[in-house]
Design a binder for this molecule. Sequence first.
Ligand SMILES: [Zn+2]
Length: 289
Amino acid sequence: MSSRTTDDYEAMAQAGVVAVIEPSFWMGQPRTQVGSFQDYFSSLVGWEPFRASQFGIKHYCTIGLNSKEANNEALAEQVMDLLPLYLHKENVVAVGEIGYDDQTPAEDKYFRQQLELAKEFEMLVQVHTPHRDKKAGTIKSMEVCLEHGLDPSMVVIDHNNEETVQEVLDRGFIAAFTIYPKTKMGNERMVEVVKRFGSTNIIVDSSADWGVSDPLAVPKTASLMIRSGVAKEDVVKTCYQNALDVFGKSGKMKAEHWNGSKGVDQRQLFNDNSVLRGQEPKVDNDKIV
Ligand SMILES: [Zn+2]
């Protein structure tokens, strides 16, 4: 969400999105200093949750050294030292996204170190699987998790497709699907996946970053599933409940955070700043007249 606009937050709230989990990742421009990571992580546990709250959305995140930037080893070492400072923060629900991009030795090294960190902190893991050589990369990611003694039900394997899902479910991991508007995994394909593989341990998520992506991909996929005759129970599980059940194991994500919420109060400030730029604040209340 860091790279999305307030219009996106408004549209998401209107479409029924109540909460988001923003995985820390690569920013397009490679970072050259550990301070850039520090400010980014601080934003994910500070400013961005505030910004989301101003539009009625509860914000959680995952914190980790992404696979692409693990290849800058001098910097990676410093980022590893930072991670423990953030993993305890109240909206951090997992270590992630971590894993393989090009499947280099450096990616392998920091993936393994972060799995150990997740074990030490008793945290969930969100795994990014490579877009090239996907099936082998996905299997390797799971094997490494098992080798390090992680409980597969505490590991979300992301960016699945029709080729990888069976392997992931068979091993007891959680299979997440990132919906992209045009390429990779589209929502028509997702409907077929749920029809074929069911709704247990499957999570639908959205790409919502600085690239071509759609923060409404989850509600749109949910609508398409309903229209395509998928049972409502399966839609609720794949587009809401499974994510809550899995990431809820962190103890930090709870439905009570949004059920019974008093609504939006845009008079609130974060470090003396608001999101309003001089506009009238919107304040929800329960006044009938
Ligand atoms: Zn990813």
